[in-house]
Design a binder for this molecule. Structure first.
Ligand code: XMP
Length: 523
């Protein structure tokens, strides 16, 4: 019994980041294999790594050459620590050099899809790799190569050009891959990673949303002790909603949430947030109707960056006015997620606040401590946790929405009338796209009030009114985007409905600009 109650140590993989473009992707893949992992700077001291008692270590790729002076190196003690190590690309070359092999610039570079030949059966390559020819391709991107593997190592695979594609020392559980198992273009890559995680490191696929919730709730309770209270700003977005549900589970009535309605949300969203959270949360849910306050501040403002600044500053002001009036609150909870932590260059565990996540300026200034329960999660993991916590799809599947809201979709000055027009047009567009079953394939789809008025004809009369642009894009990460080829009949329905149901609007256009050169938003 006591055995069962004891908290099981979480299996962990440490990924040391040498600056490769796929470092984050490796972390994603390890999590996909349901194993918890953390990305740390390459020079993290061995003592610190050891204290985390990882089940395995992965060394990422990187742009440097291991044999040049000043090339990034990890603490060499980790190779003798008895913990399995997998070096990928640069990581393999480092392993090769540090353990007594020879690394040189290759006579020819290998880039892209490269076939490899398995030369030695090994747990790293499941039978499938031997049986299925399509799995014997790796995505390469290197100029240097391991010419001689270190003592104790065996060559496990060679590329068709003869370079060492994989090497391993089974006794010491040290492995190197010259290709990138984490990328989509290495067909057997996920299998290889799983073999490393499960068979070499002895991990089990046990990192699940339920595990996460259990340990997050425990941590929140520990941090907040028996009496302290926590406040959080709710935006209706997925991150802050998941934070709220977690805190609700952990602290019940000691959790207070504040929803600042700035009036710049889409049609029906504010109502939805109020209905859901006021019903579901055990603690106090505070709704601040700040619509007039924001509109007043935005009066006469046309510059997009000025709008952003004003909205950000006003949000902070409204939030803190309320939070400080509550008395005896100790913590501020925020929805910072793992990519924010990594992007900020702080994978070391210190509290990080990215400006757009930071509702509070510096919470410490107000005597608040920070709780960031989602710091370890990637966006899709946040959604899985949210699903497990019972959040509705309307929040979990919500498309990305900019913090300044519709203010950056109204070109020119923001007024109550324009907001109402845009909300109506946007709602029609969203409704039709969803009804056509196309929402899931789109990154974002929305309407923009272009700030242009044009001539049209309504009935027998000349009509002069605003132009609405429809924008729908596909994207993986918002860095690049393509305009969506929506069916003409859908666009026709939307246009007919908008001009029919909102007579003020004169014309509907569809934006066919990709990013680059455009951006997703118009401002
Ligand atoms: P752009 O327009 O730069 O947008 O292609 C890329 C992604 O970022 C969102 N976006 C914002 N998000 N505050 C935010 O929180 C902003 O000021 C902001 N501007 C753009 C945009 O919706 C898209 O998903």
């Amino acid at each position: 019994m006591a055995q069962e109650l004891r908290h099981r140590k979480r299996e962990t993989i440490i990924i040391l980041d040498f600056g490769g473009q796929y470092s984050m992707l490796i972390a994603r893949r390890v999590r996909e294999a349901k194993v918890y992992c953390e990305l740390l700077p390459y020079d993290t001291p061995w003592e610190k790594i050891r204290r985390l008692s990882p089940n395995g270590i992965i060394l990422t790729g990187g742009p440097a050459s291991v044999y040049l002076e000043g090339a990034p190196r990890c603490d060499p003690a980790l190779f003798g620590g008895g913990i399995p190590v997998l070096g990928i690309c640069y990581g393999m070359q480092l392993l090769g050099m540090e353990l007594g092999g020879r690394v040189e610039q290759g006579s020819r570079s290998e880039f892209g899809r490269t076939a490899f030949v398995l030369s030695d059966p090994d747990p790293l390559f499941s039978d499938a790799c031997f049986e299925d020819e399509s799995c014997r391709y790796g995505w390469m991107s290197h100029q240097d190569e391991v010419r001689e593997v270190p003592p104790g190592f065996t060559v496990l695979a060679r590329s068709e050009n003869g370079t060492v594609a994989a090497m391993g020392d089974r006794a010491r559980r040290l492995y190197g891959l010259q290709f990138h198992p984490e990328v989509y273009h290495t067909p057997g890559g996920m299998q290889i990673l799983k073999r490393y995680l499960y068979d070499v490191c002895g991990c089990s696929p046990s990192w699940t949303p339920r595990d996460f919730i259990r340990s997050a709730v425990k941590q929140i309770r520990q941090a907040a002790g028996p009496e302290q209270r926590v406040v959080c700003a709710l935006s209706g977005g997925v991150d802050s909603s998941v934070v709220a549900f977690l805190l609700d589970q952990a602290l019940g009535e000691r959790f207070v949430s504040i929803f600042v309605d700035h009036g710049l949300l889409r049609k029906g969203e504010a109502r939805q947030v109020i209905d859901l959270f006021s019903r579901r949360l055990q603690g106090e849910f505070i709704h601040i109707d700040a619509r007039d306050r924001f509109l007043n501040r935005l009066r006469g403002v046309t510059d997009p960056e000025a709008k952003r600044r004003i909205i950000g500053a006003e949000f902070i002001a409204v939030f803190w006015e309320k939070a400080l009036s509550l008395g005896e609150i100790d913590f501020l909870a925020q929805g910072t997620i793992y990519p924010d932590v990594i992007e900020s260059g702080s994978t070391t565990g210190a509290a990080v606040i990215k400006s757009h996540h930071n509702v509070g300026g510096l919470p410490e200034q107000h005597g608040f401590k920070l709780i960031e329960p989602l710091r370890e999660l990637f966006k899709d993991e946040v959604r899985l946790v949210g699903k497990e916590l019972g959040l509705p799809d309307s929040i979990l599947k919500r498309q990305p929405f900019p913090g300044p809201g519709l203010a950056v979709r109204i070109i020119g000055e923001v007024t109550a009338e324009k907001l109402a027009l845009l909300q109506e047009a946007d709602a029609i567009f969203r409704e039709e796209v969803e009804r056509a079953g196309l929402a899931g394939g789109l990154w974002q789809f929305f309407a923009v009030l272009t700030g242009i008025n044009v001539v049209g004809v309504k009935g027998d009369n000349r009509h002069y009114g605003p132009v609405v642009a429809l924008r729908a894009v596909t994207s993986e990460d918002a860095m690049t985007a393509d305009w969506a080829r929506l069916p003409f009949d859908l666009l026709e329905r939307v246009s007919t409905r908008i001009t029919g149901e909102i007579p003020t609007l004169a014309r509907i256009v569809y934006d066919i600009t990709s990013k680059p050169p455009g951006t997703i938003e118009w401002e």
